[in-house]
Design a protein around this ligand. Structure first.
Ligand code: PBG
Length: 335
């Protein structure tokens, strides 16, 4: 009798068969592109630790958003780099700050593109912490009104989504209340519900100049050892009114992405953070890995883990690749 065994290779023989058998897909509309917006500057200042990324003037950010929208990218996520920082981070809620200005310009250039604005104080405080400092410690409850005020300024400028990334307790409820009172019942909250105190945020802090002057963020960001804590945070944010959740960082947290996806009913985004992007670029520069393939594998792995959306500095490169692949596949099929 002939030997019987499983021939998994039948479905892997050609790209056409692999395409049919593919379990996880990635489309441009699932990608969110972070952009750094400066109050003033040269228009486009490259960021050394994030190859291919730059600090953009509000005008350049609007151009970039237009190009991303044309590629079908799902949304942009704005971070502000203010001209001045102070103790309270008052630049965060300045209607003429870089983020509100960029939001208004993007809404003119690409009206259909959802604009997300990151809500946090760390880019705006001179000490670099995400909230008000009281005797060396971040004061949770005193920070809430400042975050709410910041979210309101972004909603007023036209943001579709505000995304609190500070990890203060109760900030989703505080922001929801202030948005509703201000008449912005349709502005969505996408909260960084699960944000670990991670070593992978290094390049971001270079880009935004937001490294804490003293101490670190482990008094408010989560311990990377904890999963149950992540589920409690996720449930709490949904109860407080979050419309979608973010898990971050991405690659070190695939199990967390999966668990959160199963825990809540709202869309879940994984944030492939600055250090993950920088690390792939650095290895590729040394010729140790192939960047296009590594970029794709990292992204599809996050989708397979359960992420509905990916926030990634590769958004533009991934969207370009998705467009090129679609063209190549149809050319191949009729060759
Ligand atoms: C602001 C914020 C940070 C990131 C997103 N929002 C920095 C931090 O918490 O230190 C990190 C994003 C990245 O590394 O790409 N609090």
């Amino acid at each position: 009798m002939k030997l019987q065994f499983h021939r998994g290779r039948r479905l892997r023989r050609t790209e056409g068969m692999r395409e049919l058998a593919r379990e996880t897909r990635l489309s441009a509309g699932q990608l969110v592109a972070p952009l750094f917006v400066v109050a003033r500057g040269l228009g486009r200042e490259p960021i050394d630790s994030l190859p291919g990324q730059a600090r953009l003037s509000p005008e350049r950010a609007a151009e970039e958003a237009f190009a991303l929208a044309a590629l079908g990218v799902g949304a942009v996520l704005l971070f502000g780099v203010p001209a001045h920082k102070d103790e309270r981070g008052s630049g965060a809620w300045d209607d003429e700050g870089p983020v509100p200005r960029a939001i208004r310009l993007i809404k003119q250039r690409a009206p259909g593109l959802p604009v997300w604005a990151d809500v946090c104080l760390c880019e705006y405080t001179d000490h670099g912490h995400c909230g008000l400092l009281e005797e060396g410690e971040v004061d949770n409850d005193a920070t809430l009104p400042l975050l709410a005020r910041t979210a309101l300024a972004y909603a007023r400028a036209g943001a579709d989504v505000v995304a609190p990334s500070d990890m203060m307790d109760g900030r989703v409820a505080a922001i929801r209340e202030s948005l509703d009172e201000g008449g912005f019942t349709d502005t969505a909250i996408v909260s960084y519900a699960v944000k670990y105190a991670s070593a992978f945020y290094g390049p971001f802090r270079d880009a935004a100049g937001s490294t804490p002057r003293s101490g670190d963020r482990s008094g408010y960001q989560m311990d990377p050892a904890n999963l149950r804590d992540a589920l409690r945070e996720a449930r709490a944010d949904v109860e407080e009114g979050a419309d979608m959740l973010i898990v971050k960082p991405g690659m070190p947290c695939l199990d967390v992405v999966r668990a959160v996806r199963e825990e809540v009913a709202v869309p879940v985004a994984a944030y492939q953070v600055s250090g993950e992007y920088a690390m792939l670029h650095a290895a590729a520069e040394r010729g140790w890995i192939e960047l296009p393939r590594a970029m794709w594998e990292a992204a599809i792995g996050l989708r397979r883990a359960g992420a509905d959306l990916l926030i990634t500095y590769f958004a533009r490169a991934l969207a370009e690749r998705i467009a090129a692949e679609a063209e190549r596949a149809s050319a191949e099929a009729i060759r």
